[in-house]
Design a protein around this ligand. Sequence first.
Ligand code: FAD
Length: 468
Amino acid sequence: MSYDVIIIGTGPGGYVAAIKAAQLGLKVAVVEKRATFGGTCLNVGCIPSKALLHASEMFHHAGHGMDALGIEIPAPKLNLEKMLAHKDATVKSNVDGVAFLFKKNKIDAFQGSGKIVSAGKVSVTAGDGKVQEIEGKNIVIATGSDVAGIPGVEVDFDEKVIISSTGGIALEKVPETMIVVGGGVIGLELGSVWSRLGAKVTVVEYLDTILGGMDGDVAKQFQRMLVKQDIEFNLGAKVVGVEKAGTGARVTFEPVKGGDKVTLEAEVVLIATGRLPYTAGLGLEEAGVKLDNRGRVEIDGHFKTNIAGIYAIGDVVKGPMLAHKAEDEGVALAEILAGQAGHVNYDVIPSVVYTQPEVASVGKTEEELKAAGIAYKAGKFPFTANGRARAMLATDGFVKILSDKATDRVLGGHIVGFGAGEMIHEIAVLMEFGGSAEDLGRTCHAHPTMSEAVKEAALAAFAKPIHM
Ligand code: FAD
């Protein structure tokens, strides 16, 4: 049997590409070395972390946020085993869903480690060592990413005391203290989970801001909110050592600007310093597939590698390491392989931090616009002036709309606040259609909703908000 396309890896990039290609009439095979489909995202990333973020937020809310609403309940009791079971059940239903969709779309799935033998040929080595070869006109590398360590520092992950995000979604006991190395999305999300469940969390971050790359205003406000939630920060701190100490671990860092070393100890240390493209064992060197200077598979504007018939998408190529970016690349590539015009708009890829409150962003930040010398207007509206936010005691945060000074076209949107991850999409849709701040500000928004703050921020960018 020869396939139209063989996809190695079934994360959001690979499985979505497979389904779309099958829908377009192509004969598709997938190869996955994990026991279940869905990749990092469904197994150990987006989905389990969101199950824990939601459950831990409910636990925290029951203990802290109900009195003011006139609901008096005794202090909630944590059943961590049950919470983890909820997370596992959520993962299972999602990965089973992908298996069902593969069957429904008549996609052949091969369990085992895929290796490119040559253009058009992939070998699959199963867990028992059996090897089979499959052939296809096109091969897609969708092998994702893996945990990065700390450059220059040896880290001995045991996933109990010194953990990556994978250990961070499976701790069997709430640690009293936790150090999170890395103040990016994953570190802050998992740090929040364990903080809400009772751990004293300290973040150590190399940059002098958290959420590097996010709008500076947003990052500062968000950090203030996390400090209120009792999370401590050491910014501008270069970690030079992580080692076991007694029953816990020790992290040593020095100020990036120079100064004395500081050592902190905690029961658990979570290393959340980012992820690296995963290409080990794929046979890329033998096949002659080029990598870029950061170890990512090099592709052109149509996901093509330097070898004819071999393509790559998702975390293993350039661009933000996000599930929905991988998915959109999967759809676009399937369309291209089916002879259609597939395209991803990299200027409009939303990004969300699923803490409480949430942080969401799409398009350019103020810092990026300044650096590019683009004249812009910024409209900002706080949730303290939004009726629905007051009713829900969710007044922390704001919406910021950035628009081109000359044309009024919206170039970016940034939200810190309850439900930010849902609200960001109206800005994304507007940007996809090249809309202006005036378009957004004149769109009738239901009252009372948190989304009215988006409309008001747009009004602030092109005229004046009403409620401020
Ligand atoms: P992956 O999901 O990494 O899938 C690659 C698959 O390829 C894996 O299943 C792997 O086993 C398989 N594979 C690798 N090599 C081979 C081989 N040789 N043969 C066979 N199979 C192979 N992103 C978001 O957008 N939102 C979030 O909320 C979010 N939360 C996250 C939370 C955590 C804790 C982590 C770690 C990540 C999170 N991410 C999130 C990032 C997201 O998981 C990735 O961007 C996404 O999974 C990338 O998809 P992918 O298809 O490129 O690769």
